[in-house]
Design a binder for this molecule. Structure first.
Ligand code: DGY
Length: 322
């Protein structure tokens, strides 16, 4: 029997590419130049499924142009805000994501951002790299410790919980808000205090971590009013999606000192980020590194392929979204 044909829009880690090639006839696009939506739609005419990434934005207008032969899309990401699921459902296109591989890697980056922001790591690094370190001084780049500080986690899914576990290792107090309250045994495991509203969580969060998905309800929620509800000089980290934050309000609060520091891994409109961030000293900024660990990326590739395998076997995708 001839192999099914799949399009992979970006090169994946070797282990995932090998597995894909063992099962499928793979058309793999390179990463330079990146695939355009037009190229993706054109190539889609000659394949049976598409494995894409969060770079390929698929609003309704794009989904509506997907050729009839495509009934399976699997995304190499936990996030699926780049795909209009309703439009896929309307076209009878099954969609799956890769929800588990990212967990530990993303929680590690959130922890790194918390530490880097609290201990002013980017300012220290810059001092060395710009050859401007005058030598040790009692008041130089004095930050703050994490222990006994309240960490508010907004979004207590797998990544939020994995962050809680790591932050407990640094003796932080865990507080959280989520639309779904965690089971008592989960709260007990992290000694986590549940708040029944975002406002209540904000009021105690000396450190605040954004771990919620990007949805119409959460988009741009982190604005001036929300910032005003945090304790003076709070530290904020975001490893979820950039469009949860109103950048102008965040930048104004960092400039005025209302927020002490921000550690950001994700940005609205990335890679073109708000100009205001570039020169702000009190930011610790990463280029969307959350899942960039080989263990995570391998597993993400396998999960994305598991969806496609299940689809061709006539089964439900294991990580089905639509
Ligand atoms: C995801 O999987 O959605 C992450 O943002 C990728 O790092």
């Amino acid at each position: 029997m001839s192999k099914k044909k799949i399009l992979i829009t970006w090169p994946l880690p070797p282990a995932a590419m090998e597995r894909a090639r063992a099962t499928y006839d793979v058309i793999a696009h390179g990463d330079d130049p990146k695939i355009t939506i037009e190229e993706m739609l054109e190539t889609a005419k000659s394949v049976d499924a598409i494995l894409l990434t969060l770079n390929e934005k698929c609003p309704k207008a794009v989904i509506d142009q997907i050729p009839e032969n495509i009934k399976c899309i699997s995304t190499f990401s936990i996030g699926f805000d780049h795909i209009d699921l309703e439009a896929c459902k309307a076209r009878g296109i099954k969609v799956g994501n890769a929800p588990h591989g990212v967990t530990v890697a993303t929680a590690e980056i959130a922890m790194l951002l918390l530490l880097g922001a609290a201990r002013r790591a980017s300012e220290g690094e810059r001092m060395i790299r710009t050859r401007s370190w005058p030598g040790w001084q009692p008041l130089q780049l004095v930050g703050q410790r994490l222990d006994n500080k309240k960490l508010g986690i907004y979004g207590f899914g797998k990544i939020g919980q994995a962050l809680a576990q790591r932050a407990r290792g640094f003796d932080m107090e865990i507080h959280y808000f989520d639309i779904y309250r965690a089971k008592p045994e989960v709260e007990a495991k992290y000694n986590a205090v549940y708040h029944d509203s975002l406002d209540s969580l904000l009021s105690v969060s000396e450190f605040f971590s954004i771990n919620a998905p990007s949805t119409p309800e959460t988009r741009y929620f982190f604005n001036k009013d929300v910032i005003e509800k945090l304790p003076q000089g709070a530290i904020v980290v975001n490893t979820a999606r950039g469009d949860l934050v109103n950048d102008e309000d965040m930048i104004a609060a960092l400039k005025s000192g209302r927020l002490a520091y921000a550690g950001l891994d994700v940005f609205a409109g990335e890679p073109k980020i708000n100009e205001g961030y570039y020169d702000l000293p009190n930011t610790f900024l990463f280029p969307h590194l959350g899942s960039a660990a080989i263990e995570a990326r391998n597993q993400m590739g396998f999960e994305a392929l598991d969806n496609i395998d299940a689809f061709f076997a006539g089964k439900d995708m294991p990580f089905k979204l639509a």
